[in-house]
Design a protein around this ligand. Structure first.
Ligand SMILES: *Cc1c(COP(=O)(O)O)cnc(C)c1O
Length: 442
């Protein structure tokens, strides 16, 4: 459920017509619904809370990389959410909004010394370590600071999450975690390291997972491993099952949080460990749209192109993964109420169109061969399910400033990041002239 709904043909974000937001803040514009974010958070948390008498409540560590806007992080932190960070920059963001470091877990295959030190200074709940060398390094750095780091080893369970290869992380051939055989050796080795405490097991098998079996298969493998690790004397406390929960982009394929939880909770309870979850997309994916203005409509070859002011520089998912995003005009037929219509079932006049951006790349599209009602220059389009991996992947390619982001709650709307200027685009650059004739040249 989300709060982007048509009322007599006009699209609203919660209580505000999105046309008003586009008029006030310009386009391209990201619009987020706070109410949707909070509902998704609570839905997942409730689904994964074991029945009474519950031995624990799960800690949800919202995955910052899905949408790292500070106001969204603040909203989540106030709700009691923890955070999953994957870099020093994300630690910085989490601390900036006053997140509780005892609810922050830190993953990533390539943590630098500086990043690990920042995590140690902040006293994070868990370092999700991805290799033996990283474990040794964490031990060394913690020792130098007179600290002991709490560590979860990231296991690569060799499970196929049945998703796009670029976002599958739990198969043997991906760079994430260590396989079970090596995990044994790492835990053996860890016994002799005095500045790490092995308090957790971590898995994260991929993203946009729409079934429960990959999770259940993963947990079975991990659960079997738990007694062995305990027998080595490690004080295991946490089972971090990662994120990856899929959402509805087009069809209602993704399993509900409840279905996934039903398949997983018994396996988690059997381990006697407390549960951590790292949802990203599930929280914010359907809580955001991208608004774009139609600049031109043209026919060329056998195709009809709807050229708009948002492109792959604003939302790269279609170009990068061939991802599907529903697109519909923000002002449409007065008969439309509720969700954006399914274009294949749209009874009114429609033409197949490519919705493209202004970028000088043939891969710059938001949709291909999409049945859309007739749109004209000046119309406003809504690109749905753009809340996750949208703005965070935006770039300055072709020297476009990044769009603005607006957060809506009820009848209130706030700009939570301003539209960038050309000055912002060049802010880090310098004009240096390297004259010919310097030593060793020309
Ligand atoms: C990306 C990532 C997540 C979140 O993935 P979603 O598919 O957005 O839920 C969670 N944990 C780790 C370690 C990640 O890298």
């Amino acid at each position: 459920m989300d709060y982007f709904r048509y009322r007599q043909g006009r699209l609203f974000c919660e209580e505000i017509p999105v046309e008003d937001l586009a008029r006030d803040h310009g386009t391209p514009l990201y619009v987020y619904s706070a109410r949707t974010i909070l509902e998704h958070y609570h839905k997942l948390r409730e689904a994964f809370t074991p029945p009474a008498p519950a031995p624990w409540q799960p800690i949800l560590c919202y995955s910052i990389k899905a949408n790292s806007n500070l106001s969204i992080l603040r909203l989540m932190a106030r709700e009691g959410s923890g955070f999953d960070v994957v870099s020093g920059g994300e630690i910085y963001r989490a601390l900036k909004v006053g997140a509780d470091p005892r609810k922050i877990v830190y993953a990533g295959v390539g943590k630098t010394d500086e990043e690990i030190e920042a995590g140690l200074r902040a006293n994070l709940l868990l370092f999700n370590v991805e290799s033996e060398e990283e474990l040794e390094n964490t031990n060394r750095l913690a020792g130098r600071m007179g600290k002991v780091a709490d560590v979860a080893l990231r296991i690569n369970p060799d499970v196929d999450p049945q998703t796009h290869t670029y976002i599958a992380t739990g198969k043997r051939e991906t760079k994430f975690g260590v396989d079970l055989e090596r995990a044994r050796r790492v835990f053996e080795r860890a016994k002799r390291l005095s500045h790490v405490r092995m308090t957790g097991l971590h898995v994260h098998i991929g993203s946009q997972i729409t079934k429960s079996d990959p999770y259940a298969d993963t947990l079975k493998r991990v659960a079997e491993f738990v007694p062995e690790v305990r027998a080595m004397g490690h004080p295991l406390e946490w089972l971090d099952m990662g994120g990856g929960f899929g959402i509805w982009y087009k069809e209602k394929l993704a399993r509900s949080a409840r279905e996934i939880a039903d398949a997983c909770l018994p396996l988690v309870l059997k381990t006697g460990l407390k549960l951590l979850l790292e949802p990203g997309r599930f929280i914010v994916g359907n809580a955001g749209i991208l608004l774009a203005r139609v600049l031109y409509v043209k026919e060329s070859g056998d195709k009809r192109f709807v050229i708009c002011d948002a492109g792959m520089n604003d939302l790269i998912r279609p170009a990068l993964y061939g991802a599907y995003h529903r697109i519909w005009p923000a002002a449409t037929d007065g008969s439309v109420s509720g969700e954006a219509p399914d274009e294949e079932r749209w009874p009114g006049p429609a033409v197949a169109s490519d919705v493209v951006g202004p970028i000088c790349e043939s891969g710059d599209f938001l949709a291909k061969d999409r049945r859309l009602p007739l749109v004209r220059r000046g119309d406003l389009l809504a690109v749905f399910s753009a809340g996750a991996y949208g703005y965070v992947m935006a770039s300055h390619y072709n020297s476009y400033p990044k769009p603005a982001e607006v957060l809506v709650r009820g009848t209130q709307a706030r700009v939570v990041s301003r539209r960038e200027t050309y000055e912002d685009v060049i802010a880090a650059e310098r004009i240096e002239s390297l004259e010919p004739g310097a030593r060793g040249e020309d």
